[in-house]
Design a protein around this ligand. Structure first.
Ligand SMILES: [Zn+2]
Length: 113
């Protein structure tokens, strides 16, 4: 899914449908239309919803954090690093990509050329 919030939105939808159906309202499902479901069904919806939200949240976290090593100039996914240390240079701390280009604005120009 391209939209990083997509999973979270779908998850929230499941949770809302779960709560509504639990309260006795009919809910709309894509494959079956408007239906009444049992309390167990509601519970399943809420659990599926929670899983989707957590999945979406983790996915989003992973996508968003990148850091760059000031020594070898390599860009890493921060989640793959141990304490933010560069994989190639071991003891060198990588810098969050946005912070990095604030610190070294000239490299941003090099990159664009
Ligand atoms: Zn490095």
């Amino acid at each position: 899914m391209k939209n990083k919030y997509g999973w979270i939105l779908i998850g929230l939808l499941f949770i809302f449908e779960g709560i509504f159906s639990f309260l006795g309202y009919k809910i709309f499902l894509k494959f079956s239309g408007w239906i009444n479901i049992t309390n167990y069904g509601s519970l399943y919806l809420i659990i599926i919803g929670l899983c989707l939200v957590i999945y979406g949240y983790k996915k989003q976290e992973k996508q968003e954090i990148f850091s760059k090593c000031p020594n070898c100039k390599e860009v890493f996914n921060y989640n793959e690093l141990t304490n933010g240390k560069c994989k190639n240079c071991k003891e060198i701390d990588t810098i969050n990509i946005e912070e990095y280009f604030k610190k070294y604005p000239t490299e941003l120009q090099d990159k664009n050329e």
